[in-house]
Design a protein around this ligand. Structure first.
Ligand SMILES: Cc1cc2nc3c(=O)[nH]c(=O)nc-3n(C[C@H](O)[C@H](O)[C@H](O)COP(=O)(O)O)c2cc1C
Ligand SMILES: [Fe+2]
Ligand SMILES: [Fe+2]
Length: 391
């Protein structure tokens, strides 16, 4: 990567679900970094499935010299997975973290022996290379920090600016077609860090004074040619800067609720809305729907009544949205029933909790869609279009 700085990345093409929740059809990489100077430092480790390969790779580079420091930017096990193995192999190693880090080390792995507690702007000299630390809590965990290598101006950023998707040969942003990572970078952000947008904004502001020439995250490509590509996106997403567009999500067993969604979608198109994405909550994983919620301002959700409640797959999506609580949306709700209802009733509860602006009264049909309700759906679409067009 630079004089005496090595990329130790591993491609995971086996795992289906990251954190056992989020689909990763294009896999993911776990990136660790090694600085070989008078003192040798590792920055973060890798997922435990890669421990053996990881230890071998380190030894290939440094032979029988010991590693002096393990810098722990983030304790989530996708990066601390090899911590114990590293400490066992290099017992004299000093763990470098902040006030919150070592508590996690103890919870997951061991009572640490040699530790160096660092704080904002604290520096550590390795010889030619000087490291500076900055805490960025909640991007993605309470202990999260970044390490800035001052000699080459490399920011080791942890999860921030990371991406799903393996590194298939190309490692640097200028070696790959970034079109492939467009959705994967965004999904990594929205799925994993999206709940912590205010913290991300704080981190961006805090790191702004640093003269960063390269960003080396713990997942995905290393940014060295087009840092703006990822920085502008992170800034946009974490400030809920949304585009004119509507996501319509529905659950449907027998097609009645789906038909209602199609009517709304068509009318939005007639009104000139070009970004319309209609999703069946039973088929499309929330990972992708959440992504679009960080893109488009309109959100319309429909559910049939199901045993006096929401359709379960709609329920799951909505609880994920409530959990992440993205802001700045316009909302529409609709549903279908046959007995005593249960869909719209619960969608109203969602509307109250999420506090997005409801653009039109809820529309609920009993069974097949009849002209009167169709008109109401068209009016809902009109109300949504009006809101979006006047922004
Ligand atoms: C398993 C099941 C449970 C249902 N529970 C309710 C209910 O609690 N209240 C109600 O009004 N209708 C209930 N219904 C009726 C459906 O909400 C109704 O048939 C609706 O039109 C289905 O919409 P869909 O065609 O989009 O699937 C239930 C239907 C099924 C199959
Ligand atoms: Fe993480
Ligand atoms: Fe991670």
């Amino acid at each position: 990567m630079a004089d005496d700085i090595y990329f130790l990345g591993f491609n995971d093409r086996r795992t289906n679900l990251f954190e056992n929740i989020w689909p990763i059809p294009h896999g993911i990489s776990y990136n660790s970094y090694l600085i070989v100077d008078e003192k040798i430092a590792l920055i973060d480790t890798v997922e435990r499935a890669f421990i053996d390969e990881y230890l071998d790779k380190i030894e290939d580079i440094i032979g029988d010299r010991p590693v002096d420091y393990l810098i722990i930017n983030h304790m989530e096990p996708d990066h601390s997975g090899a911590l114990k193995a590293i400490v066992q192999k290099y017992p004299g190693i000093t763990l470098v973290g902040n006030k919150k880090t070592f508590n996690f080390v103890e919870s997951f792995y061991m009572q640490p022996q040699n530790v160096l507690e660092v704080y904002d702007e604290h520096t550590l000299e390795l010889g030619k290379h000087k490291l500076q630390f900055q805490l960025i809590p909640m991007v993605h965990w309470p202990e999260t920090m970044v390490t800035f290598e001052e000699t080459n101006k490399i920011l080791f950023s942890g999860d921030a600016f990371g991406s799903y998707g393996t590194l298939d040969g190309g490692i640097f942003d200028d070696e790959i077609n970034l079109d492939f990572y467009e959705i994967e970078v965004m999904r990594y952000f929205t799925n994993i860090v999206g709940k912590y947008c205010p913290h991300t904004q704080r981190a961006i502001k805090k790191l702004a004074p640093l003269d960063i020439k390269m960003i080396a995250a713990t997942h995905g490509p290393i940014w060295r040619s087009n840092l703006d590509w990822v920085l502008t996106r992170y800034n946009k997403w974490s400030s809920y800067d949304l585009e004119r567009g509507v996501i319509i999500v529905y659950g449907s067993m027998y097609g009645n609720t789906q038909k209602m969604a199609e009517v709304i979608a068509r009318q939005l198109a007639v009104r000139g809305i070009k970004n319309i994405r209609v999703y069946d909550a039973s088929k499309t994983h929330s990972s992708y729907i959440i992504n679009d919620i960080f893109k488009y301002k309109g959100f319309i959700v429909g559910s049939p009544a199901y045993n006096n409640a929401l359709f379960p797959n709609v329920q799951t999506l909505l609880s994920t949205i409530e959990h992440m609580a993205p802001k700045n949306h316009y909302l529409g709700i609709f549903g279908n029933f046959a007995w005593n209802g249960g869909g719209v009733k619960n969608l109203k509860l969602f509307a109250e909790k999420i506090k997005w602006e409801l653009v039109y009264d809820p529309v609920e049909e009993k069974g097949s869609l009849k002209p009167e309700r169709r008109d109401e759906l068209i009016k809902m679409a009109d109300a949504m279009a009006d809101k979006l067009l006047e922004d």
